[in-house]
Design a protein around this ligand. Structure first.
Ligand SMILES: [Zn+2]
Length: 114
């Protein structure tokens, strides 16, 4: 059974919007992390805050990159007509699951086994 085209179109728009948002976010985190080469503040308390901020930004950056990559793969699957199929077992991913996480690539059973 092929997926509902209206749903795919809707999710595609969501994926593209998220792709745009993440690209903007990664531009900011990238700039922030690049600037990190500047010396830390002399003040020890301020240093601690800066290090903590960098860790938060690094986590955001890494997470953003991973998600952005998943989104690109999902958009490729939409174009090739395999969107909505589990990339592991090939069975159809539930529409509710795709609506909740449009870039998801595993069906619920495979996700549970991981
Ligand atoms: Zn599966």
């Amino acid at each position: 059974m092929t997926m509902n085209k209206e749903l795919i179109d809707k999710l595609k728009l969501e994926l593209q919007a998220e792709q745009k948002r993440l690209t903007g976010l990664l531009e900011r985190t990238g700039k922030h992390l690049y600037r990190r080469d500047e010396p830390y503040s002399a003040d020890f308390a301020e240093q601690a805050v800066e290090v903590e901020n960098n860790q938060v930004v690094e986590a955001l950056d890494a997470e953003g990159k991973t998600t952005l990559n998943e989104i690109k793969l999902a958009l490729t699957r939409i174009d090739s007509g395999t969107y909505g199929d589990c990339t592991k077992c090939g069975s159809e991913i539930a529409a509710e699951r795709l609506s909740a996480i449009p870039h998801v690539r595993l069906c619920i059973d495979c996700a549970k086994k991981q």
